[in-house]
Design a protein. Structure first.
Length: 69
């Protein structure tokens, strides 16, 4: 939030097959890792979002735009 307090979100991403195809490995994120997520909020629940970009603790960045529509 604007004050710097962390808030829990449920983040929806593309299917696992597509994520792996575009170099996102299941081991890239583990429970407790700190990641930076950019996404679009759900219309009904502000704590649900649709993934656009994620920066992993390792510095690796994955963007939704890497997947062709």
């Amino acid at each position: 939030d604007p004050t710097g307090k962390a808030e829990p979100y449920k983040v929806f991403a593309a299917g696992r097959v597509l994520l792996v195809r575009y170099d996102w490995k299941p081991t890239d994120v583990k429970s407790g890792d700190i990641v930076t997520v950019v996404g679009f909020p759900d219309r009904k629940d502000p704590h649900f979002m649709y993934l656009k970009r994620i920066e992993f603790a390792s510095g690796k960045v994955w963007e939704r735009s890497q997947i062709p529509d």
